[in-house]
Design a binder for this molecule. Structure first.
Ligand code: UFG
Length: 334
């Protein structure tokens, strides 16, 4: 059985379905701090075998109970806080929930002889790029507390490998977008901060104006450039990473991105085109902790995992749009 922490969240829920589709026994664990019960219902209505347990990784007894109650073979660890701006304002929340909770999880794994983990890391571990595209060897100097917590966890995992031979594959995600809306899954944050859903929400709800943070970055149009990867491609990488880990029994790290960069302005313009309507926009000051450009080299994942992204940006944004409409209807009917 595979334990997926944070399985009621955006990426975790897609991950759960990816493994369930392939016939894996999946145990989803979540505390609903940012995840949603409706997502678990959507998963369980299609996949009756999916098991769900509510609990918090900060309580070690919650995790110990999981390992006692189920025969867990491997862990996919996604439970974390992930909002860069919030991580500046309340860093302790990030160090406790991301770092301390992961130590609980790793210790409980060791105590129960579960020695394989896939971990959701981030492009934010690199900080300001010294060269592009960023490969896994790039120096790691995170410029925000969120990125620091993820790098700390990666370092802890290295030390647990040396000391205990606990093997981890870390996937450094770039900017994740899109939705498996047909299965009732998508990005659902109560306080949305991410670019694509923010633009879609402002277009569909018309109750706030979308703001572009910063217009004088040293990029072609002055706005930040990011590498947008579809969540459905991202979770496919998790499955390949799982097979890689089980087969080779080595710890490793992979960037997951497309190696294509789009500026904030370009994303906005593409959404305007897809929706076929004007979306009000204004410029606002730069956000703290934003790099000008983040662009992945995903060659290593291509070579060693046999992974490559498949979805076009258009398909990803279209799916995010369908999901946003689903969400608005869901909220209206509640
Ligand atoms: N942006 C705006 N206006 C908004 C929201 C975002 O201009 O209302 C801009 C940001 O300034 C940034 C870009 O859109 O330039 C993307 O911002 P997101 O908030 O969507 O994503 P981030 O790049 O801040 O962060 C995401 C994940 C992190 C991860 C990072 C790695 O949320 O967890 O990608 O690239 F670390």
């Amino acid at each position: 059985m595979i334990l997926i922490t944070g399985g009621a969240g955006y990426i975790g829920s897609h991950c759960a379905v990816e493994f369930l589709k392939d016939g894996f026994d999946v145990l989803i664990f979540d505390n609903f701090s940012t995840g949603h019960r409706e997502i678990i219902q959507n998963i369980q209505s299609k996949y009756k075998s999916a098991v769900f347990c509510e609990g918090d990784l900060r309580n070690k007894s919650d995790i110990d109970n999981l390992f006692k109650s189920y025969k867990i073979d491997a862990v996919i660890h996604l439970a974390a806080y992930s909002i860069v701006s919030e991580s500046f304002n309340v860093p302790e929340k990030y160090y406790e929930n991301n770092v301390c909770a992961t130590i609980n999880l790793l210790n409980s794994m060791l105590e129960n002889s579960v020695m394989n983990i896939i971990f959701s890391s981030t492009a934010a571990v690199y900080g300001e790029p010294l060269y592009l595209p960023i490969d896994e060897k790039h120096s790691k100097k995170p410029i925000n507390p969120y990125g620091k917590t993820k790098l700390m966890i990666e370092n802890i995992m290295d030390d647990y490998d040396i000391a205990y031979r606990l093997k981890s594959v870390r996937l450094r995600y770039f900017n994740v977008i899109g939705a498996d809306y047909e299965n009732g899954l998508g990005e659902w944050h109560d306080n949305e901060t991410h670019l694509v859903p923010i633009i879609l929400k402002s277009a569909l709800k018309n109750d706030f104006v979308f703001k572009i943070f910063g217009k004088d970055y040293s990029t072609k149009d002055g706005t930040c450039i990011r590498d947008y990867i579809d969540v459905r491609d991202l979770v496919a990488a998790h499955k390949l990473a799982y097979y890689y880990l089980i087969k080779n029994q080595i710890s490793d790290v992979f960037n997951i991105g497309t190696q294509k960069g789009y500026s904030v302005k370009e994303i906005y313009e593409i959404i305007v085109e897809i929706l076929g309507k004007k979306i009000p926009v204004e410029y606002a000051p730069k956000r703290n902790g934003d790099s000008a450009v983040l662009l992945a080299s995903a060659k290593k994942a291509e070579n060693l995992l046999g992974w490559r992204y498949k979805k076009t940006l258009y398909e990803s944004i279209k799916s995010a749009y369908e999901w946003e409409r689903y969400l608005i209807n869901l909220k209206a009917s509640n």
